[in-house]
Design a protein around this ligand. Structure first.
Ligand code: CUA
Length: 223
């Protein structure tokens, strides 16, 4: 019921679909609940009632129609999520046991590791188990292509607020595209059980204006 506020157009659509499905679910639950509740007080029994064609047609067709009302928006979402829309930059994220590393191959192949900040090294403004030493930086309101892979076992690059969740599989290169609505930090965690320190390879994405992104990338190239 309480999803994070969406940080991307994709997640906004996912939230709408979630609300739509939940509404149907509530209607069905109330209807069936009322029917079952009323059974307790029903004194009539129909020993010789064997069939009722009309009601049977109704209670077969209605659920089928209801399922179509869920399936069609769901299919629409699948295709929207798969769309690649002229990405401005490509970032490669590589899963390791147990940290992420990033490569910006559009810019002289900048690469860096992104480790969780250990509890003992935390600053007062850090989030426990959620902050990293080197963040992935991207320009906001721009289409980003994320390429995800792994070097050892299966990990999963997941940021709930963006509606992005993609497996990092050894020997495969998976692709997602997304854009952010605003500047700020987006947090996520690995969501594929990948070993002892699975819980300790968070993802932090810094969404900043394209102007500052250029500054950041120039600085990274100098180093
Ligand atoms: Cu990597 Cu769980």
């Amino acid at each position: 019921m309480f999803l994070q506020d969406s940080g991307s157009p994709l997640m906004e659509q996912l939230s709408f679909f979630h609300d739509h499905a939940l509404l149907i679910l509530v209607i069905i639950t109330v209807l069936v609940g009322q029917l079952m509740f009323s059974l307790f007080f029903n004194k009539f029994s129909h020993r010789y009632l064997l069939e009722g064609q009309t009601i049977e047609v109704i209670w077969t067709v209605l659920p089928a129609v209801t399922l179509i009302f869920i399936a069609l928006p769901s299919l629409r979402l699948i295709y929207i999520l798969d769309e690649i829309n002229n990405p401005v930059i490509s970032v490669k994220s590589i899963g390791h046991q147990w940290y992420w590393s990033y490569e910006y191959s559009d810019f002289k192949n900048i690469e860096f590791d992104s480790y969780m900040i250990p509890i003992n090294d935390m600053k007062p403004f850090n989030f426990r188990l959620l902050d990293v030493d080197n963040r992935m930086v991207i320009p906001f309101e721009s289409q980003i292509r994320l390429l995800v892979t792994s070097t050892d076992v299966i990990h999963s690059w997941t940021i709930p607020a963006l509606g992005v969740k993609i497996d990092a599989t050894p020997g495969r290169l998976n692709q997602v595209s997304f854009s952010t609505n605003r500047s700020g930090l987006f947090f996520g965690q690995c969501s594929e059980i990948c070993g002892a320190n699975h819980s300790f390879m968070p993802i932090v994405m810094e969404s900043i204006s394209p102007k500052y992104f250029i500054k950041w990338i120039s600085k990274m190239i100098e180093v």
